[in-house]
Design a protein around this ligand. Sequence first.
Ligand SMILES: [Zn+2]
Length: 264
Amino acid sequence: METQKKVILSVAAHGDDAEFMTGGTLAKLVDEGHELYMLIATDNDRGSHRLSARELKAVARPEAEAAGKVLGAKGVFLLGYRDGDLCDVPQSILRGQIMYHIRKLHAGVIFCWDPFAPFENHPDHRALALATSDASSFSALPLFHPEHLAEGLQPQRVTEWYWYSKAHWETNKQVDVSLTIERKIRALYAYNCQMVLTIDDLLGEARAMGVEESRLAGIDANHFEPLIDLGVRANDAKAGSEAGCDYAESFRYQTIELPEIFES
Ligand SMILES: [Zn+2]
């Protein structure tokens, strides 16, 4: 089968989800000549111990666009839902919005949270993952959301899915990201508010677990770069050691299996 340029749609609940879980793979696919678009469902507007929802909303788009630029995305789209409330959005509406982007962008490859992975504790991840799975299963069927077709869009067939999960559930594909991990980390740095939150949460958890203040004294959430760098590298080095490379990201990869009559 000939290799052709693929259109990839990364669907995430929050800015920084895709970068943390799959930034190295997305950058690598862009390097290979594929086209990347990023869709983010919420505005991260509950993701801080310091800023107001309004302040977070104001930076959601510029931060997402800056991160997308580092990874080489051709477009970044935000649905603008409230952080934490995706489970209250009717599935048919969320599914329709994701399907609209799949059809409009002619996306054939999907990256998202795994809808069937266990132990996912974030309701936004669970809701988004299921809606994305449904949207990408039905986007080729014209009777689903016919209003898209009335607008001039065409049914669109998705052929590949890269599902990721915190539990690394049922992973069957490791992608070597040794050459793109720098870009992944730089894309994460673009999410200033979310990186400050990551370190604030880490400090909060350490205190709650009784770690002495003297051991936390040198950690400043405003200067998150060294700890984020360390954390990402440690995480991806673990996947890398299983894959036989320096750094890797792992997925439950799914594609369409054709019957034998089509095999050359
Ligand atoms: Zn998230």
